[in-house]
Ligand binder design. Structure first.
Ligand code: GDP
Length: 204
């Protein structure tokens, strides 16, 4: 079956709640510290070379970037910025924090959160903060330990086990985890299945 994420395309970037698309569909949000490999993961999942480049435009560091799936109305992938707090004025930080808090608390369409982590630097404060948002809201999360191609199979496997143990102790069975690589495409099918399930679409 064709990959239903393959036709994802840029829809809009929202800087405040009024700019969000109608809250009556299904969406999956993607978070990750900058440089974790989130854009490469989105591109690999959607079989595109530059889909997530739009999220990297200067000025987009405090916007939610929505991609829609034209053949599946009301289904969105949402790219959350990887922060950059240090570089923005305090009042903008407060605005952004409030927007993100509200998005996680109130957005009905939000069905799942993907957190992309560099497998060599997993579970940093930012990552736990994002997983806490999902846990508080009662939605599932899925961790992609990406750049797995940079480690030996053995090292990747032992990191996966350690992260799985940590997540289970903190979040029970609401957070999944897998190894991934935007480079070698390791784990792409597994991740697509999770995301398509949350979007209530047939998995490829
Ligand atoms: P983002 O800031 O989280 O969106 O990160 P990017 O996707 O732009 O990736 C940051 C850097 O890591 C880039 O130089 C990518 O080429 C590299 N990168 C991303 N994913 C992988 C991966 O799976 N394997 C390898 N070897 N490099 C990766």
């Amino acid at each position: 079956m064709a990959n239903p994420l393959a036709r994802a395309q840029y829809l809009l970037a929202a800087h405040n709640p009024r700019q969000l698309p109608p809250d009556d569909g299904f969406e999956v949000a993607f978070a990750g510290r900058s440089n974790a490999g989130k854009s490469s993961a989105l591109n690999a999942l959607c079989q595109q070379n530059a889909l997530a480049r739009v999220s990297k435009t200067p000025g987009r560091t405090q916007q939610l970037v929505f991609f829609d799936l034209p053949s599946h109305t009301g289904r969105y992938l949402v790219d959350l910025p990887g922060y950059g707090y240090a570089k923005v004025p305090r009042e903008l930080q407060a605005h952004w924090q409030a927007f993100l808090d509200r998005y996680f608390q109130a957005r009905q369409a939000l069905r799942g959160l993907v957190v992309v982590m560099d497998i060599r630097h997993p579970l940093k404060d930012y990552d736990r903060h994002m997983l806490d948002y999902a846990a508080k809201r009662g939605i599932p999360a899925h961790v992609l330990l990406t750049k797995a191609d940079k480690l030996s199979k053995g090292n990747a496997g032992s990191t996966l086990l350690a992260v799985r143990r940590d997540l289970a102790a903190t979040y029970g069975d609401t957070v999944g985890v897998q190894t991934f690589s935007g480079e070698s495409k390791l784990g792409v099918d597994e991740a697509r299945k999770v995301i398509c399930g949350w979007l209530d679409m047939p998995a490829p």
